[in-house]
Design a protein around this ligand. Structure first.
Ligand SMILES: Cc1cc2nc3c(=O)[nH]c(=O)nc-3n(C[C@H](O)[C@H](O)[C@H](O)COP(=O)(O)OP(=O)(O)OC[C@H]3O[C@@H](n4cnc5c(N)ncnc54)[C@H](O)[C@@H]3O)c2cc1C
Length: 501
């Protein structure tokens, strides 16, 4: 692992595999102003859900009514036509190395699922405080709910669905752990939705969830959801464009350096790109698994891990109106996660199944340090192809679709950190350089509110109110930057597995 973690980070690669969510591509996928702005207030690097959340929060806080009025006049058509040199006073430029939202967010499992019981006891142990573990669990559920309610409030067409999820557990130790953790959460947060879990016997798993009984120990169900994270984020980016965001795709940040002294207006950072330089007052790294490419202090600290997903056409025996819940399948060393495409969406009913990492040689060791999402791991492909008839049972699955079981498969890059927590805040000793990255493949339960927290910090509102809901464990600190990644943290029963969705 040490060697894999030390592999030099690389920029997002050209020609990534295309995910099902990216079909069709968004109309802003290749948006770019004729000229890159030379000067701005804030540069955000990265256009995934994190970058979008930060841009939204910063732009929504344009201080004076004058700023807001001006921003409202800017729509993305105007932005393209006049070029980004005409920016509203609260100027935010977002740089994206490839197409808009083409990182993990555009290619994930679409599971808005906290599975907080899976990490709760480990968090309590690591942080030495049950209250700290409760705060993380509460934030995860709040994050999921806010994503779905934001989509609804702003009419973003993104297959947003709040529903229950079930974890079918195939390992007795994991099963025992689930009981222990759910009980501890119930005691620590009595009556709260975050600690509401229901357990199911193997027979119930078979009957209620359409699964093969097999060797399953039982199931645990709780609140979760599914969403096209791609379409959600594109929707947020469009709202930001309406408020004056300058989104520059195909524009990688290749180097970020500080001027010896800030100018009179406070510009102190220089961001280099192949299209020229931008001078900014503040720079935000929303680059997740790629963060070490622009801030070398993260080399070996935020480590890329490649994940793989398949989209299965439903078999003939699957419910005609689709599956009404989302699923995870948990076994000794790892697990799979699964959502079905929502009614009314393209390829409705398709089953999106990700995971299989530990089925690759050495429990998937070669996928760590790997930021190439232009290729697939054939061992994982083969394994994932077989998951649907196995989990549902060949009888319940039925015949494969005449066009073939697997419609599409793709890979994406996550960012893992030594202690299993994201890094959110200002870089020590580098005023004006901010980061929100390292989401462990668990970003749909974290990124939105981490983005909100970061924008609070940037706006000087880092006080009691923020500390009441935002975990200290997520903040950037010199001490955390001294640790090195040596394996996945905070998974139950001491297993070294994939993230918890
Ligand atoms: C296969 C897979 C399945 C997943 N499934 C789930 C799931 O079901 N549920 C869940 O909660 N989480 C899931 N995740 C994790 C989740 O998708 C991520 O945690 C989340 O999307 C991270 O969002 P982000 O905006 O921080 O990063 P990203 O979406 O990766 O965005 C970072 C962006 O920065 C850009 N970039 C990087 N470097 C530069 C640079 N130098 N210059 C310009 N641009 C740059 C990248 O191109 C990218 O677009 C999954 C991840 C993967 C890969």
């Amino acid at each position: 692992m040490d060697q894999r973690a030390r592999l030099p980070a690389s920029l997002p690669c050209a020609n990534p595999t295309a995910s099902l969510w990216q079909t069709p591509l968004a109309d802003i996928a290749d948006i770019q102003a004729p000229e890159l702005p030379a000067v701005t207030d804030v540069v955000i690097v990265g256009s995934g859900i994190t970058g979008a959340a930060i841009a939204w929060n910063l732009l929504s806080r344009a201080k004076s009514a004058g700023q807001q009025n001006h921003a409202r006049l800017m729509n993305h058509a105007t932005h393209q036509r006049v070029g980004a040199r005409v920016l509203p006073p609260n100027r935010v430029v977002m740089l994206e190395a490839r197409q808009a939202c083409s990182g993990a967010t555009g290619r994930n499992g679409g599971h808005t699922k906290a599975a907080s019981y899976r990490s709760f006891l480990a968090h309590e142990r690591a942080l030495g405080s049950i209250e700290a573990a409760c705060q993380i669990a509460r934030m995860e559920l709040a994050n999921i709910r806010e994503v779905h309610s934001f989509a609804k409030e702003h009419g973003i067409d993104c297959e947003s669905r709040s529903c229950w999820t079930v974890d079918a557990i195939y390992d007795p130790d994991q099963w025992a752990h689930a009981h222990e953790a759910a009980e501890a959460m119930g005691k620590a947060m009595p009556g709260e939705d975050v600690s509401r879990y229901e357990f199911h016997t193997p027979e119930q798993v078979r009957e209620r969830f359409h699964l093969e009984e097999g060797e399953v120990c039982g199931g645990i169900s709780y609140e979760a959801g599914s969403i096209s994270a791609y379409r959600f984020t594109i929707g947020v980016l469009k709202l930001c464009l309406d408020r004056g965001l300058s989104l520059e795709t195909s524009t990688p940040a290749t180097r970020i350096s500080a001027l010896e002294e800030a100018d009179d207006e406070g510009h102190r950072w220089v961001v280099e790109t192949p299209r020229g330089l931008i001078v900014a007052k503040e720079v935000v790294l929303a680059t997740n698994g790629y963060t070490a490419t622009v801030e070398p202090r993260f080399q070996g600290i935020i480590v890329p891990l490649r994940g793989q997903i398949t989209a299965h056409r439903p078999g003939s025996g699957m419910p005609k109106d689709g599956l009404q819940m989302t699923y995870s399948f948990i076994y000794r060393d790892g697990y799979e996660y699964m959502v079905s495409k929502a009614e009314g969406s393209s390829h409705a009913g398709d089953i999106v199944m990700g995971g299989g990492l530990v089925k690759a040689p050495d429990l998937g060791l070669d996928e760590y340090g790997n930021s190439d999402d232009s290729t697939l791991n054939p061992v994982i492909s083969k394994y994932l192809y077989g998951t649907t008839p196995r989990y549902f049972g060949s009888k319940k699955w039925g015949e494969d679709h005449p066009d073939g079981r697997v419609r599409k498969e793709w890979t994406g890059i996550m960012g893992f950190s030594p202690d299993g927590f994201p890094f959110v805040g200002e870089m020590p000793g580098r005023p004006g350089l901010w980061v929100s990255a390292g989401f462990q493949g668990h970003g749909m339960a974290l990124c939105w509110l981490c983005g909100k927290a970061l924008s609070e910090m940037m706006s000087g509102r880092d006080g009691e109110e923020l500390r009441a809901w935002f975990p200290d464990a997520f903040r950037v600190s010199e001490e955390r930057l001294l640790r090195r990644f040596d394996g996945v943290r905070h998974t139950p029963v001491d297993s070294r597995t994939e993230p918890r969705h």
